[in-house]
Design a protein around this ligand. Structure first.
Ligand SMILES: [Fe+2]
Length: 321
């Protein structure tokens, strides 16, 4: 075998891969690493801009720059958890249709040709992976993370829940981003011109990572309802916007959480695009008095389900793992 042939024979086979997105502490660069595992279970990596910073050998990742140590620990943990398998297709009869004439802005933005199914790429199936040191300790505390010398106005609440996939497996290390209006129903955004005042001590944005059981929580102010221009004036029920990255881009979900007992829920044209009543119920957080913090916060529970991966079925365990 010639030299080139020998090099080719020694190349690791891409049996498993994970794309890792790394943000250095200064937050200016997005960098990626591809991890490959060969048939003997050894892991190696290829890298671009971060070649000078990161080395991967025999399944463990080391760094030459102390700033990245934290991240390396996270990545090593992820390497142990790496598992590949395509994600199931979304159930489009459960999700709302892209076009609904009663929700005016869907008329122009919805596709007018049939959808095409595209294959899932390694990028979508393996990343991004987030490290805990990307988050500030106050990121999941919307009551505290924008204070300008005072407390924000409104009902103090905690929202918590668990993120599972379709097979009821916990979705770990998923970044959840949340944004919302203040207690008066106004967003801190230049395009929001609603009459309600801005709260100088409330920003309305936060984020949190799910733990190993897929659980998360954040503290905030209960948002107010607000009017919007649809077909005339409609009202949005109180809600919190959620963005979930899942364990990979293929699980990405952007949705909204509503509050149990809100009389505006059945009147909302956006909610009424959801075809099944069960789909609406999944978006309504339940008051969780068992977790209430006395003389401080009411608590709402909001669980989420993301699409799952295909799994191996075993003769002696038909339900899989
Ligand atoms: Fe909203």
């Amino acid at each position: 075998m010639g030299r080139a042939g020998a090099l080719f024979a020694e190349r690791p086979v891409l049996l498993a891969a994970r794309v890792i997105f790394l943000w250095p502490p200064d937050g200016h660069a997005l960098m990626r690493t591809f991890i490959m595992r060969d048939e003997n279970g050894r892991t190696s990596g290829s890298w671009g801009a971060i070649g000078a910073l990161i080395q991967i050998k025999d399944g463990s990742l080391s760094v030459r720059d102390d700033r990245m140590l934290c991240e390396a620990r996270e990545v090593n943990r992820e390497l142990k958890m790496t598992h590949l398998g395509e994600f199931n297709r979304r159930d489009r009869t459960w999700h709302p249709p892209a076009f609904d004439p009663n929700y005016k802005s869907t008329v122009l933005r919805s596709p007018n040709r049939p959808l095409l199914a595209l294959g899932q790429s390694t990028n979508e199936m393996t990343g991004p992976v987030f490290g805990t040191h990307h988050l500030d300790p106050l990121d999941n505390d919307l009551i505290a993370n924008y204070q300008q010398g005072g407390e924000p106005i409104g009902e103090r609440i905690i929202v918590h829940g668990q993120v599972l996939d379709e097979m009821a497996r916990p979705v770990r290390n998923s970044l959840i981003e949340v944004w919302q209006a203040n207690a008066g129903g106004r967003y801190r955004h230049r395009n929001d011109t609603y009459l309600a005042p801005l709260d100088p001590n409330f920003g309305g944005c936060g984020r949190v990572l799910t733990d190993d059981e897929g659980r998360y929580f954040f503290r905030t102010i209960k948002p107010g309802a607000y009017p919007w221009r649809n077909i005339g004036s409609d009202w949005r029920p109180a809600h919190i916007h959620f963005s979930l990255f899942g364990e990979a881009f293929a699980q990405r979900l952007i949705t909204q959480m509503y509050f149990e007992g809100d009389p505006l829920i059945p009147l909302c044209p956006i909610i009424n695009t959801i075809p099944e009543r069960g789909g609406v119920e999944q978006l309504i957080a339940k008051l969780d008095m068992a977790e209430m913090v006395p003389f401080d916060c009411l608590v709402y529970r909001f669980d989420l389900v993301l699409r799952g991966r295909r799994q191996t079925y075993f003769e002696n365990k038909p339900e899989g793992h």
